[in-house]
Unconditional design. Structure first.
Length: 440
């Protein structure tokens, strides 16, 4: 064959299936040891053209998990002392403020680059009711309304920005909000949860839960359907999205008294989340094929020292609000629709694949996409102009939302069906080596 075959993940059973082609793709059974050898073998299997008499079985999560876990299991000691953990909150806050200023400048340029990102329709302020730092109008939320007139309550996407819990703001994801507005015709809410080290764990996560509950309780005011809410997030925000959903399943486990009935979450869109903080940063970094492409030790030390302040030892970070990838099976079995995007050169890839393996073992549906040749937060500046791969991945994520909505709402199905006709089409990108599809 002269082209790279499209490999699909069957989201019902969670295993890789060979595409429907004239030839059957054969996958090597014996994998080389070591993270480099195993992932290289995976890539070779995705480009193989050998013909065999019957389809061979190959499960990506197991192979990748073994590859990614080599370093954490044996190559790198998990005994790592963060040099910033002994510093005062004032010192950590000063360093975080400097990083915030630089990031804010970068996103300001990024959002103004052609094509320019949209602006929010308005801002609202919500109360903090769950955090120990309670108060009125503590949580700012931007509201992004579609331009077209609605014939009824719209679906909603509540987005949580990234930044390692120490930086970032809702408008950082303006391009994602614009994609949702154009492709799904949903109302978008971007939550500005309070940041560490001034507000360490669990306040940022609790602010997100507060925002979700209060937005749903004011659904008629915003013109949304509280039963058609999707949570999305990037990096730390993706972690917050998953942990918020976990808390909503069993708030009494953490003695939370919710101000109103929790909404039923339709689905989760997670871009490169942190799922397990019991693993040391050196262990995560060495599990990556390109450790030099990961976040710098100075940045990750600042994130961990700020968010887990006062210091929480890694072996005590098994709480699902910190490590949502370790959530008990009885809660995980309730997981709604999931669309997750991981990056090949991200130190978080291994824990993402381990989470997918858990879903597979529980026979849960999922969509997982891995972007080849890119590191953490590949969709954020630099560069200032979005890459084609970003447009494709955002489009695939909104395709998932559209599918979830289309199965439950004829109005959405009709509206979004007409939108697909005018949506920009992109050729299949070369950077992508794992694609996914949902159960129809």
């Amino acid at each position: 064959m002269d082209r790279k075959p499209e490999i699909l993940i069957d989201s019902h059973i969670g295993s890789l299936q060979p595409p429907e082609l004239d030839q059957t793709i054969s996958y090597p059974v014996d994998r080389p040891q070591g993270r480099h050898g195993r992932i290289d073998a995976l890539k070779r299997s995705l480009t193989s053209s050998e013909t065999v008499s019957a389809p061979a079985t190959f499960t990506a999560p197991s192979a990748l998990t073994g590859a990614a876990c080599d370093a954490t299991a044996s190559d790198v000691s998990d005994d790592y002392d963060n040099p910033l953990e002994s510093n005062s909150r004032w010192y950590l806050n000063a360093k975080a403020q400097a990083v915030r200023y630089a990031a804010s400048l970068g996103f300001s340029i990024h959002n103004r680059s052609e094509p320019a990102a949209p602006y929010p329709s308005r801002e609202i302020w919500l109360d903090s009711t769950l955090s120990c730092s309670k108060g009125k109008q503590k949580i700012k939320v931007e509201v992004w309304n579609p331009s077209r007139i609605s014939i009824g309550p719209r679906a909603a996407v509540i987005n949580l920005h990234g930044g390692g819990w120490i930086l970032g703001q809702g408008t950082d994801d303006a391009r994602w909000a614009g994609t949702v507005l154009g492709d799904v015709d949903a109302v978008v809410f971007t939550v500005n949860y309070r940041l560490a080290p001034s507000y360490p764990f669990p306040t940022p996560m609790e602010d997100c839960v507060d925002a979700i509950i209060q937005i749903a309780s004011r659904a008629s005011e915003f013109g949304i359907d509280p039963d058609r809410i999707t949570l999305s997030g990037f990096s730390a925000g993706a972690t917050n999205a998953l942990t918020s959903w976990i808390v909503l399943q069993d708030p009494s486990r953490w003695d939370y008294k919710l101000p109103s009935r929790p909404p039923s979450i339709l689905g989760l869109i997670l871009f490169y989340p942190t799922l397990d903080v019991t693993i040391s940063r050196p262990g995560k970094r060495q599990s990556c094929l390109r450790p030099e492409r990961t976040l710098s030790p100075g940045m990750t030390d600042l994130i961990d020292a700020s968010y887990f302040y006062p210091t929480i030892p890694r072996d005590q970070r098994t709480d699902p609000r910190m490590s949502p990838g370790l959530v008990p099976d009885e809660i995980l079995k309730k997981l709604p629709h999931l669309h997750m995007v991981l990056c090949e050169y991200d130190m978080l890839l291994a824990e993402g694949i381990r989470f997918v393996e858990r879903l597979e073992n529980l026979n849960l549906p999922y969509n997982v996409r891995i972007v080849e040749g890119e590191g953490h937060a590949w969709d954020k500046p630099p560069p200032m102009t979005p890459k084609e791969s970003v447009l494709v991945e955002y489009g695939k994520a909104t395709d998932s939302i559209a599918q979830w909505l289309g199965r439950s709402c004829e109005t959405d199905q009709e509206s979004m069906g007409s939108k697909r006709v005018s949506r920009s089409r992109f050729r299949r990108p070369r950077y992508l080596w794992v694609r996914s599809r949902s159960v129809r």
